[in-house]
Write a protein of this length. Structure first.
Length: 216
């Protein structure tokens, strides 16, 4: 299951949009990506368990917001280019290389795409890195990045709660709390919280219910 399974009849109601709350955060030892799991078609929830975290290389992943079709197509193309890069150069691409490919595709097709991407990864040379590629195709390296419709509700929360070089455990807690708030206030965000932890040890997948779903 690729995380975006939509009844074709629902397309008549409008564009299939990820709605979404996505973020990626560097920490002492790597980087963590997180996202909610709701996909909307207008006011209709097309999928409540979408996986918006997409692997494009061994330890390079992206978070996707915008049109489900556009972002999936862009991620697939980037994955192909990174595979070719590895073959031609006999080395794995850096996170910056991956982000640059995303940026080139999004900028060259900015009039036809509705795609907001956060590209994050880990490599031995630079460690954990986060790059934001918003609508329009610009590229920004950041310590942490948030995007999607739910991000508008958590800018203040993230600015006050983020601390450089947090531990893995503190970073997981930070992302979970931020996405819980985004899900609480944004009608287009919902479902579960998925995370990907990227370190020198490889890839770790995590899944949580938002804090508001927990019962005493």
């Amino acid at each position: 299951m690729n995380g975006i399974q939509v009844d074709m009849k629902a397309l008549k109601a409008g564009e299939v949009n990820l709605g979404t709350s996505i973020m990626a955060v560097t920490f002492d030892g790597g980087v963590i990506l997180g996202a909610d799991s709701r996909t909307t078609t207008g006011a209709f929830i097309a999928n409540r368990v979408t996986d918006k975290l997409t692997q494009v290389h061994d330890t390079i992943w992206c978070c996707r917001s915008g049109s489900a079709a556009d972002t999936q197509a862009v991620a697939d193309i980037v994955q192909y280019h990174l595979q070719m890069y590895t073959v031609l150069n006999a080395e794995a691409p850096s996170t910056r290389v991956a982000a640059a490919v995303f940026q080139e595709l999004c900028y060259a097709n900015k009039d036809m795409l509705t795609a907001g991407i956060i590209c994050a990864g880990y490599d031995n040379q630079y460690g954990g890195e986060v790059y934001s590629i918003p609508l329009g195709g610009s590229m920004h390296k950041q310590d942490y990045a948030i995007a999607g419709s739910g991000s508008t509700y958590i800018y203040g929360f993230c600015n006050t709660q983020y601390k450089p070089n947090m531990t893995k455990e503190d970073t997981v807690k930070f992302i979970k709390s931020a996405l819980t708030e985004a899900i609480k206030w944004d009608g287009s965000s919902g479902g579960v919280i998925r995370m990907v932890v990227l370190t020198k040890d490889g890839v770790e997948r995590l899944i949580f219910y938002p804090d508001d779903y927990q019962k005493d």
